[in-house]
Structures are given as structure tokens and as C-alpha cells.
Design a protein around this ligand. Structure first.
Ligand SMILES: [Zn+2]
Length: 506
């Protein structure tokens, strides 16, 4: 048999429909902590060896001739502009057409993309691709654990695999699994049966970690269901800040034994129902969190980490909520805090230089969701251009580009210090290098505040005395009953044992 010819492409965006800013072409060109848009063989040069799905697929699909088409990822944020979506789609379609006769297509997608015109970005993409390649070409897709997956989308793909960890330390491994599934489909020369089930309750992001229960045991169970005749069994926890009908958890399986595939999804749905009571959102009021951290830090040998999940740029928030900073200032609690998105403040610090006293306005861009601005006076401790190589378990090897950055020391009334690390391109604080490269070693601080919901656990929990999750203002609301949903499907419950959503349009 000739070597199979497979076109490969990445198009990922996690869309927070509540974020008050859009995601345009520019954000795909400068994605902060992900590789920037590239095409053709540049994809091989850029992604090889990184913990990204397409890299794992390339590594494992050595039995195939791979045609790299395009790679497009932007930092999570508001709706993808229709112009950016259409342009990236067009680039993919042109590349697929130019590749000529294909034996299959591998797509590295997210699953929670919403555009200005489409609630289901991935289904729209697949419709356009199917219109070009026909209904029978094998299309294997890998998705993020946060995919809000629709039945329409599942109808359009041949097979699906989903990350099994949050923090996502298995992105490349998911690409490898996609390649193994693809290999079986090519050898069997027919498309597998599929089973897809949506789950009737949502789980807030802060209860989704697979380093905690019940996430850990639920995801560990999946592999054991991959028995004879079942190619893959996958679970998506979903991405709650998305006001779309297909928001929430879902389960997918595929394989050549139709009954076994259906039984696998039923088993996972039953396991989720049995685990419903044990999800815990871990959230603390912001004043409680900073005061508890202050008390713990007096005795601790290692830093107490406070997460700022509601202002997590990795879930589409802007990264400039002042909530935790205000609480630290109010209670005179010293800490290292980052990364705060403040391009103008970073520019002023670079202009002033290291050692200079500066007056900075932090936050206030979106006061309704992220709280009021804070004016602070401090001294510039360190500066950087925001370019460094990530080193933690999730992002190792990725070249970050966070633009002009500064570490600024604010002196408290009790002579303690808060060091705020600010940057110009939005990014989640998931990797310790974000602090270390600018001369702030997290291990030397009693308290470290990170703008992240869960991903930080991979690199920060191993150095932490304790991890606390504070509820401060932000655009990634974690209490599902507080989110002003309008378009969820009728009856979907807002959280474990939560109330059912009543859709006024229903
Ligand atoms: Zn995710």
C-alpha cells in the first residue's frame, strides 16, 4: 500500500462570549504564549517537540506523508471576528485543495470557538471543509478538554479525541492518540461508528482539575473503556463562559463495535452522574483568601499561591482585574503578583528605567467586570521585552512573546512589598518563567498571586505550601448561577446539583 497522504492543520480558539473585546486576525499573529500563525513547512519547524497536539500527531504519523496546511491559535478571548475566521478558513481550504488527492485530514481544534456569526465555529469550519472534500474522507480531530461540543459537529467528523488532563499536560499525547486512531481507520478502510452524549449539568472551571477529584478518576477511567472494538472514549468538561446552546459537558466514543461504543459513552455519563456531588469549586472570598494566605505565609517554608481564576486570560478575561491587588493593599500583605495586563504602564516603566519611581494606573479598562482602576506609586525593579522560553510541564519549549514587561515594587505601610509583574500581550500565568525571566523567583516570595484558574497548578503546585482560589472581579465568572446566560439549552443545570436553566426562547 502506498503511503497515505494526510493534510494537517491547527485552528484553535477558546471563546468567552462574555468578554467585552473581540479576537481578530492580529491576535492570531501575536498569541502571547503560543506559536504565531504559520503555514506549510513552517509548522514543522515551529511546533516540533512542543506540547501541542499537531506536534504529537506529526511525531506518531510517520507512516503517512503529511501535508502541513496552516497553524492558527489565539489567546482565549471574546468572539472571533468573522473576518479572521473566514480568512483562516479560506487559507485552510486553499491548502487542502492544493494538496490534491488525500487519504485523510487531521485537524487540531479547540471545540469552544464562537464567531461573530456562528455559535459553533468548529461545526461551521467542518461544513466548509466537507463541502470541499466530500462526506467520506476520514477526518480525525483532536479537541481541548474545554470543548463545548455539538451533535452537528460530531456528525461531520470521522473520529474525535480529547485532552485528558487539566492542566493540559497531554496536548501532544492527544495528538499521538489521534494518529493511532487514524492509523486504525486507514488500515480498516472504513469509518468507525460514533456515539455522542451531552450531559445535563455543567461544572465550573475551578472544579475541573484532573489533579483533583473527581476529575482525576473520571479521566483515568476512559482508557479502561477502550476495549476490543472501541477506538477511543473521551470526555469534555466544557467551557462555561460561553452563552451558546451546546455549552457544557459531553462524552464521545468511536469504534467498530457499535454496541460497545454506545455502552462506553453510557458508562461515562453514569460515572459523571455518580460523581456529581463530589465536584468542589474551591472558591474563597477575596478578603478571606488574602488574609488566610497572610497568616499561612508567616509559618510557611514555601509560597502560598493565590489563584485569580475569574481574571484568567486563559479563559478569555483581560488580565487586568484589580480585585486581588486591592485586597493585598488594603490588608498590607506582601506578595508577588502577575501577570497583570497593562501595556501603557509597561511602556511608562520602560521609559523611566530600572530604579525610577513611577506612578501607574492599573486596570480600569473594563470597570464593570474587572473593577475600578488603581493608581499606585512604586519603583521599577526589572524590565524585559517579554520574550522567554517556558519551562514548566505544560508549556515547556514554547517561545513566549508578552511584549514589554516590567516588575514594579510597591512599598506597603508596614514596609512589606508587593511586586507586580505587568506585561503588554495578554497571557495566563501558567509557567514560572513568566516571573523568573524578569528577576522574580516565585520561590523567594511568601505569597504568589497568579492570573490563572487551573493551568498554573502544573508548574506552581509543586513549589506551593498551599493553593487558594480567590473570587475577585473578572470576565471569567466561576459561579455559574451568577452568569447572565440567555442561550443555553433548555434544562441544562448550572453546576453540580445546580438549578435548571430556563431558556426564554424555548
Ligand atoms: Zn482548555
Amino acid at each position: 500500500m502506498a503511503r497515505p497522504k494526510i493534510a494537517i492543520a491547527t485552528f484553535q480558539h477558546e471563546t468567552n462570549t462574555f468578554a467585552p473585546f473581540v479576537t481578530g486576525w492580529e491576535q492570531f499573529m501575536t498569541p502571547g504564549s503560543w506559536p504565531a500563525f504559520c503555514v506549510g513547512d513552517q509548522i514543522l519547524e515551529t511546533c516540533t517537540g512542543l506540547n501541542v497536539p499537531i506536534s504529537g500527531f506529526i511525531e506518531t504519523a510517520s507512516m503517512c506523508d503529511l501535508i502541513p496546511i496552516s497553524y492558527a491559535v489565539a489567546e482565549p478571548g471574546g468572539l472571533v471576528t468573522q473576518a479572521a475566521f473566514d480568512a483562516i478558513c479560506e487559507r485552510m481550504l486553499t491548502g487542502i485543495k492544493a494538496a490534491g488527492r488525500l487519504d485523510g485530514l487531521y485537524l487540531d481544534l479547540h471545540g469552544a470557538m464562537v464567531t461573530e456569526q456562528a455559535d459553533d465555529g468548529e461545526a461551521l469550519l467542518l461544513k466548509r471543509i466537507r463541502a470541499l472534500v466530500g462526506a467520506d474522507l476520514p477526518i480525525v480531530v483532536s479537541l481541548d478538554l474545554h470543548g463545548n461540543i455539538s451533535p452537528e459537529f460530531c456528525d461531520l467528523v470521522s473520529a474525535l479525541v480529547i485532552y485528558r488532563t487539566y492542566p493540559h499536560v497531554d496536548m501532544a499525547e492527544t495528538g499521538r492518540r489521534a494518529a493511532r486512531v487514524f492509523d486504525t481507520i486507514l488500515r480498516c478502510e472504513k469509518l468507525p461508528y460514533k456515539s455522542f452524549r451531552q450531559v445535563d449539568f455543567m461544572v465550573p472551571i475551578t472544579a475541573q482539575s484532573t489533579r483533583r477529584q473527581p476529575g482525576q478518576q473520571l479521566y483515568q477511567k476512559l482508557e479502561s473503556l477502550e476495549i476490543q472494538g472501541v477506538l477511543s472514549v473521551d470526555l469534555a468538561f466544557g467551557f462555561p463562559p460561553a452563552d451558546i446552546p451546546n455549552c457544557g459537558m459531553s462524552v464521545f466514543a468511536c469504534g467498530y463495535d457499535q454496541a460497545a461504543v454506545a455502552a462506553a459513552t453510557a458508562t461515562v455519563v453514569a460515572a459523571l452522574a455518580a460523581a456529581e456531588d463530589s465536584f468542589d469549586d474551591q472558591l474563597m472570598a477575596v478578603d478571606d483568601a488574602v488574609q488566610t494566605a497572610g497568616d499561612l505565609a508567616k509559618q510557611a517554608q514555601r509560597p502560598v499561591i493565590i489563584a485569580d481564576p475569574q481574571d484568567n486570560p486563559g479563559a478569555g478575561s483581560s488580565g487586568d482585574s484589580t480585585g486581588i491587588l486591592a485586597a493585598l493593599l488594603k490588608h498590607n500583605i506582601p506578595a508577588l503578583l502577575g501577570m497583570f495586563w497593562a501595556p501603557e504602564a509597561a511602556r511608562l516603566c520602560h521609559k523611566a528605567g530600572v530604579g525610577a519611581q513611577v506612578q501607574l494606573t492599573l486596570g480600569g479598562t473594563f470597570p464593570e467586570q474587572n473593577g475600578p482602576e488603581i493608581v499606585v506609586t512604586g519603583s521599577v525593579k526589572h524590565l524585559s521585552e517579554g520574550r522567554f522560553i517556558c519551562a514548566g510541564p505544560m508549556l515547556a519549549g514554547i517561545s513566549a512573546n508578552l511584549g514589554k514587561m516590567a516588575a514594579v515594587t510597591l512599598t506597603l505601610k508596614n514596609s512589606g512589598e508587593i511586586v507586580v509583574v505587568i506585561g503588554s500581550n495578554r497571557a495566563q500565568t501558567a509557567d514560572r518563567e513568566i516571573f523568573r525571566h524578569i528577576g522574580c523567583d516565585p520561590e523567594s516570595y511568601g505569597i504568589v498571586v497568579v492570573k490563572s484558574a487551573i493551568h498554573f497548578l502544573a508548574d506552581f503546585e509543586p513549589i506551593a505550601e498551599r493553593v487558594l482560589f480567590a473570587v475577585a472581579a473578572g470576565q471569567n465568572p466561576c459561579k455559574l448561577t451568577d452568569i447572565p446566560y440567555k442561550k443555553l439549552r433548555q434544562g441544562l443545570r448550572l453546576g453540580p446539583q445546580g438549578p435548571a436553566f430556563i431558556n426564554p426562547e424555548y
